[in-house]
Design a protein around this ligand. Structure first.
Ligand SMILES: Cc1cc2nc3c(=O)[nH]c(=O)nc-3n(C[C@H](O)[C@H](O)[C@H](O)COP(=O)(O)OP(=O)(O)OC[C@H]3O[C@@H](n4cnc5c(N)ncnc54)[C@H](O)[C@@H]3O)c2cc1C
Length: 396
């Protein structure tokens, strides 16, 4: 397929990076390309933090700076401004504190989301909110509801609290003029409960405009069928269906659990099948834009090219407000910035949170960049290309 857009334009891709920042990014991606280093760095970092060894400044000026916007909403503002003012890229503030399964943490997440909502509704630079369902309630509760296990009285209360939190956040977003909210997808054994809840939210809040977006992980074998179900839900209730399409982040865990528990893995057998599923789902939705609004959360260039080609074939404007592209902050700037330069709706998830609290998120990013080997070498090649271009033009 002939490319619609040249993602290799590194001048645009790195227009917001100084020479110094480029060199720092090069060093960082070179380091995280060593799988063994990331493997040993994780326990060592956790240990050093545990014994209060002063490692925070190092982390802050390296991985944190590369992959996070700041520790607070206020600190993240300059990242939001740089992305939008220099590149036309929208930000999605992502409170990236994970894995604390207690009520205080869940309440704190709700309060933080409420503050993000108050901030984002006043700015055209931040069109979406996002949250992870396990930020609002315990995994064990989602798991039980997904597998139809009867809840105890206190678990039932916890579930009701989760429903209340979903409602609180979604209704606050619905009450704004044009903010939208995306709900991330979790592991398949939790996702049944999330799907049901998000469907309820869409039925409630997507009558007039697309407020709530669900997430479909297209590495799952059952998701094309689920997409048809969502299509029918939209018709049945006369609502818009917002969907973020991703490939899925928990492949290894899904396969390991299936093997351990002796059921058939719910994940596509190979990468090509996931890719096919992904692109088929996006095409399916694109011909049903009277119902669907799409958010393509991917660092895959071909999936972006296919969608852009299909939009052209349908005679759509590049910035049609029913189509959004999204990448993670610190990764694949060449996609985000080139999309935005050509007037597509390009967004970045911009993680924020206290340094100590976002360490798990940072390690997931480092591991992802290591395990998706060509992701790192692609970043490195592009950085090298830009450094050479600047040298040649005596910009360095
Ligand atoms: C903005 C944004 C939001 C995201 N939100 C979520 C979310 O809510 N939930 C979530 O789970 N993930 C989420 N992700 C992560 C996403 O699911 C992918 O893990 C990640 O983006 C890599 O996939 P890709 O399409 O970018 O790129 P690619 O590099 O083309 O694809 C890699 C992906 O392909 C799949 N894959 C790789 N090898 C195989 C194989 N052998 N067999 C089958 N499939 C394979 C895996 O899903 C892998 O992650 C998000 C990503 C982005 C950019």
């Amino acid at each position: 397929m002939k490319d619609v857009l040249d993602f290799e334009n590194t001048e645009i891709a790195f227009s917001n990076k100084s020479n110094r920042q480029l060199r720092k990014a090069k060093i960082l991606f070179s380091i995280i390309s060593f799988e063994w280093l990331i493997k040993i760095a994780k326990p060592i970092t956790n240990l050093l933090l545990h014994i209060h060894f002063p490692i925070s400044p190092i982390l802050k000026h390296t991985v944190f700076k590369q992959f996070c916007g700041g520790e607070t909403i206020a600190q993240t503002e300059s990242t939001i401004n740089t992305l939008y003012d220099n590149g036309g890229v929208y930000s999605i503030l992502d409170y990236s504190v994970e894995g604390k399964g207690d009520e205080r943490f869940f309440e704190n997440t709700v309060n933080t989301l409420s503050r993000v909502c108050d901030y984002a509704k006043h700015s055209i630079k931040t069109p979406f909110l996002v949250f992870k369902p396990t930020g609002l309630g315990r995994s064990a509760i989602y798991e039980k509801v997904t597998s139809n296990v009867e809840l105890t009285e206190s678990e039932q209360k916890e579930w009701e609290k989760i429903v209340e939190r979903f409602n609180l956040i979604c209704s606050s977003v619905a009450a704004t003029d044009n903010l939208k909210i995306m709900i991330d997808a979790e592991e398949s054994w939790l996702q049944g409960a999330v799907d049901q809840l998000v469907e309820d939210m869409m039925v409630k809040y997507n009558k007039i405009r697309t407020v709530v977006f669900t997430t479909l992980q297209m590495y799952r074998l059952d998701r094309l069928t689920y997409l048809e179900h969502l299509n029918n839900l939209g018709i049945q209730h006369g609502i818009k269906i917002g969907i973020k399409f991703v490939r899925g982040a928990y492949m290894e865990m899904e396969r390991e659990r299936a093997e351990l528990k002796g059921y058939k893995s719910p994940i596509c057998q190979d990468k090509a099948s996931t890719d096919l599923n992904y692109n088929t789902a996006v095409s399916y939705s694109l011909v049903r834009l009277h119902l669907f609004e799409l958010f393509i959360g991917t660092h895959n260039e071909l999936s972006c090219q296919i969608l852009m080609r299909d939009m052209i074939e349908k005679g759509m404007k590049t910035n049609d407000n029913r189509i959004w592209f999204g990448q993670l902050y610190g990764m694949s700037d060449h996609i985000s910035y080139n999309l935005a330069k050509n007037d597509y709706n390009a967004t970045k998830y911009v993680p924020f949170g206290e340094l100590r609290e976002v360490i798990p998120y940072l390690f997931r990013r480092a591991e992802e960049n290591t395990s998706i080997g060509n992701q790192t070498s692609r970043e490195l090649n592009l950085i090298d290309k830009e450094i050479k271009r600047r040298r040649k033009n005596q910009i360095v």
